[in-house]
Design a protein around this ligand. Sequence first.
Ligand SMILES: [Zn+2]
Length: 172
Amino acid sequence: MGLIGQSKKLADVVVKETLGEEFLKIIKPLKRKKEMSELELAERFDKDVNYTRSLLYQLHSKGYVGFFRRKDPKIGWYTYYWYLKHENILSAFFKHNEEKIKALQRRLEREKKTLYFECPNNCMRLDFHTSSKYHFKCLECGELMQPLENKKEVKEIKNAIASLKATLKLKR
Ligand SMILES: [Zn+2]
């Protein structure tokens, strides 16, 4: 898949997560055409031009879109045309992904640190630090306590990290 195809595929994720869902309606028609006039975009978007423009400016401030103006030979007015900046979208996507991975890794560390130990006879549950002081033995019955890792949570975080890392492999 080329750069443009990749950007079109990944644009929704980064635009939605960094700006909001509403912006998807603006970039959708832009994905189908090389460039589009402000008026045409507003029509597709079904909002007035000023509102459409305010959203385009926000997309522009993130570097996701660019614009140029062209004079209409018949009426002599300038019309603004907007287009997607595919390279910027892709690099923003990868940067955003890397930040998400880092945040998940921090969460995973926290999750691992708050490991609890439970007595198999259900006498008590202690955190890692306290339990290690007693060599992981139950204070009531002396049974060896078992780690009560939040396995589901940890597995989910690990899966999320793995799938984000898989997307990063697309990076050129
Ligand atoms: Zn016990």
